[in-house]
Every structure is written in C-alpha cells, then in structure tokens.
Design a protein around this ligand. Structure first.
Ligand SMILES: *Cc1c(COP(=O)(O)O)cnc(C)c1O
Length: 427
C-alpha cells in the first residue's frame, strides 16, 4: 500500500460508498490495483490528485471524443449556465439536439432524451414490447446494455470482471423472457427465430461489441438479424450507446448499411454530461406517452446543460474530416500496439472501427464472448499496470474498448507506442 493521496481518498470513499466507487469497474479490481482519483483533465490528458499526468484512452468510457474541456463545449456550457440549470419544462435545446441526431442517423425519425444509456435501452425494450405486444427479448452474450434487470444477463465487461453470472436481485421471473445467444453466430440466431420468432418483441445488440473488449460483427451477422426480425415482425434495436457518433458520423448503422427499427444513444451525444436517448421510426416512437400509452418519463430528461454539451459536441463532429482524422489517429495507435507486440513475440489481436479500438492478449481470433474470456487476463493486468506507471491510462479490464479523441496528438500516440514497446519487452 502506497501513501498516495489517491489511496487515502479511496480508503475514505470506501467508508461511505460501496467499494469506494459509483460504478464497479472503476475500482480496478481485476487488474489488482487501486483507482486513481482524478483532479482534472485537459485535451487528451488527465492528472491524478498526486500530480501525475496520463494520456487518456478511456475518455470517461467514451463520451469525450473531443478530449477533455474542448473549448466549444465549455463555451456552450458557460453560456447556458447563465440562464439556469433545469426547468422541467421544454427548452429549444432539446429540439436542436434531437434534430442533430435525426439529420445524421437516417433510421431515427423521432427521438426521446433520457439521462443514461441504461435508461435508453430499458425504455427501448419496453417500447418494443409495448409496440409488438410480445414479451421475448433476444440479446447476445457479452453485450452490455446498461444495468436494467431485463438485460442483465451474460452482460459483458463489468459483470464479467467481477466474475458473477448475472446479478443477485434480478428475479428469475424478470429474465425468463430474455434470451441470450452467441454474438456472431448466424446459424444459432436463425434456428431460434424459426422456432420462436413470432413471440419475439425485440432483438437488441451492440452493432460493434465494446463491452467484451472490441469485437466486430462478422460478415452477414447484422444482415441476418435485419432479415429475420423483419420476417417475424420483431423490433431490431441497435444499442449505439458506445458506437453512436464514435465509429462513424452516421454511427455503426451507417457504417454497415443496416437500418434498425430503434437505436439507443448515450456517451458521445452527452459530450461528457449525463445523456441517453432512444429513437427510431415514427410509428414506433409515437407509441410513447404522451402520444401513445407506453410510459416513460424523467425529471431531468433533456436537461439544458446536458443538451448544451451534446449539441456542442455533435456540431464539432459535423465536418467529415474529423472522422477521417480520428480514424487515422486510432489506426496509428492500434497498429503501433500490434507492432510492439510482434517485436516482442507477444501474441496480440488488435482491431479498430473508427476511433473505437481493442486488443486481446491471444493468438486466436476473437468473435464472441467465450473467445474473449480465453485471453491471457494475467498478461493484460501486467501490461495495464506497466502502462499506467508510464503515464498511459487504459481501461482497467481486458473486456473494455479503448477510445481516441481528436485531442490526441501525434506525440501522445508516439509516446504511448514507445512505452508499450518497453512494457511488452518485460511481459
Ligand atoms: C455504456 C453503455 C451502456 C450504459 O450506459 P450508462 O450511461 O452507463 O447507463 C449501454 N449500452 C452500451 C453499449 C454501453 O456501452
């Protein structure tokens, strides 16, 4: 145990907050460390309370695609702050953010703002059930859709890191209509749909999985989901909370050319403030209260400050060149890691989609959660701790994605690769 300020603050936090954290993975349990308490962030860097600087590839778990304290976001927040923080009555900001999403993501005709990704997926599932008047929801092992009861089955990173199968407190009865299948297994999905397709309300997935590490959809997987949900009248829900405006300007659905019925957003659309959203075709979205009878509400939903951060962020992402730049930076980062591993004879599988990246310590391809779980977790933990000591802040679990922002400089990425080389040499 060190005498750092972070350790002291963690010990104090543990007395008053379960595990000392407000979200489990932050405790860094699986990599055998203690969390750093963060003092501040600027551009691609964060500083802990002991004054150490880190190049940040977590970016608040995805939202900060512009980096920390982007001037456009700060300016907009300051401007809105002048007029108040919350009214619980409509403001124009809500329509502006809704329009920004609708303009970029063609499948979204109407959208409802909520406060987190969890709320978005929970509400989308309720809507799918209300719209179809069916009960069964299909998800995929290793996909995380927030912590709503119905979806907390084989739910990836946080849960996997803790080594618990689902969660106590979720009654069997609540999840008896949730079916979790194998990600990327086209044949299994077809078999299940042919058997019970007419009872399925919705099929929900991360179009690029990011909560079992980063796993891309195999050719034909998304296409098959689209075909069979249409065939059986089930609602196809893309959970783009992580991928939305991250992997491409029109999100994963644009990148892969698949049109889901409903989409969930979060992270980037809040620009670092608490925002989630779900949207889709008008005829489905019009089932939500007060237009329809499927109930969903929120005291702080559409909060002016949260909308402001989202608007400023999406406006900065308007220019296509931003995505080209993000892609180039991410490629530099991830190929650099691959070369570092190759040079040191460390088996490593790497990949990226837009500015979402991932790496697994294994020599086998990873296409689902079982594959991901076979990776060398001890080696990951050692790599993670080594990199942290060198000032590189990666997500503290093999089952998480990494993110690059427009604020990451060539120098930041070069330094990251140089340090990775050194750490790999000692693995
Ligand atoms: C982060 C995440 C969620 C949950 O969002 P919260 O804001 O943490 O509730 C849901 N789905 C996916 C794909 C995510 O990455």
């Amino acid at each position: 145990m060190s005498n750092s300020k972070s350790d002291k603050l963690f010990n104090e936090a543990k007395c008053v907050i379960p595990g000392g954290v407000n979200s489990p993975v932050r405790a860094c349990g699986s990599v055998g460390g203690q969390p750093l308490f963060i003092q501040r962030g600027d551009k691609a860097k964060i500083w802990d309370v002991d004054g150490n600087a880190y190049i940040d590839y977590v970016l608040s778990w995805g939202p900060l695609i512009l980096g920390h304290r982007h001037p456009a976001v700060i300016k907009k927040l300051e401007q809105i702050l002048e007029s108040g923080t919350s009214f619980g009555a409509p403001t124009e900001l809500e329509t502006i953010l809704a329009q920004l999403v609708i303009d970029r993501v063609p499948s979204v005709e109407k959208i409802r703002m909520v406060n987190s990704g969890t709320e978005a997926t929970m509400s989308a599932v309720r809507l799918a059930r209300g719209y179809t008047k069916r009960d069964v929801i299909i998800k995929f092992d290793g996909c995380y859709h927030g912590h709503a009861d119905t979806l907390l089955v084989a739910a990836g990173s946080g849960v996997a890191t803790l080594g618990i199968p689902g969660s106590p407190g979720v009654p069997e009865k609540v999840i008896e209509n949730t079916l979790s299948l194998t990600f990327n297994d086209v044949d299994e999905f077809i078999r299940v749909m042919e058997k019970i397709g007419d009872q399925v309300a919705g099929v929900i997935l991360e179009p690029v999985a990011g909560n079992m590490g980063m796993v891309k959809p195999v050719n034909g997987f998304l296409e098959t989901l689209r075909e069979y949900t249409s065939k059986y009248g089930a609602v196809l829900i893309f959970d783009e909370v992580m991928t939305g405006f991250r992997v491409a300007k029109d999100s994963a659905q644009g990148l892969f050319g698949i049109t889901p019925d409903l989409s969930c957003f979060g992270k980037v659309i809040g620009g670092g403030l608490p925002v989630g959203a779900y949207g889709g075709q008008k005829d489905i979205m019009n089932c939500i209260a007060p237009e329809g009878s499927v109930y969903q509400a929120g005291t702080l939903s559409g909060n002016p400050l949260a909308m402001a951060a989202g608007i400023a962020t999406l406006q900065e992402l308007e220019n296509d060149e931003v995505y080209t730049l993000l892609e180039a930076k991410t490629k530099q980062f991830i190929t650099g890691l691959q070369h570092a591993a190759d040079a040191n004879n460390i088996p490593l599988k790497t990949g990226h989609v837009g500015s979402m990246a991932g790496f697994f310590f294994t020599d086998a391809d990873v296409s689902n959660f079982d594959d991901a779980k076979k990776c060398d977790l001890k080696r990951f933990a050692k790599f993670y701790r080594g990199m942290l000591e060198k000032g590189i802040y990666l997500a503290p679990s093999q089952f998480e994605a990494c993110f690059v922002s427009i604020a990451h400089t060539n120098e930041d990425i070069e330094k990251t690769i140089t340090e990775a080389n050194e750490i790999m040499a000692g693995l």
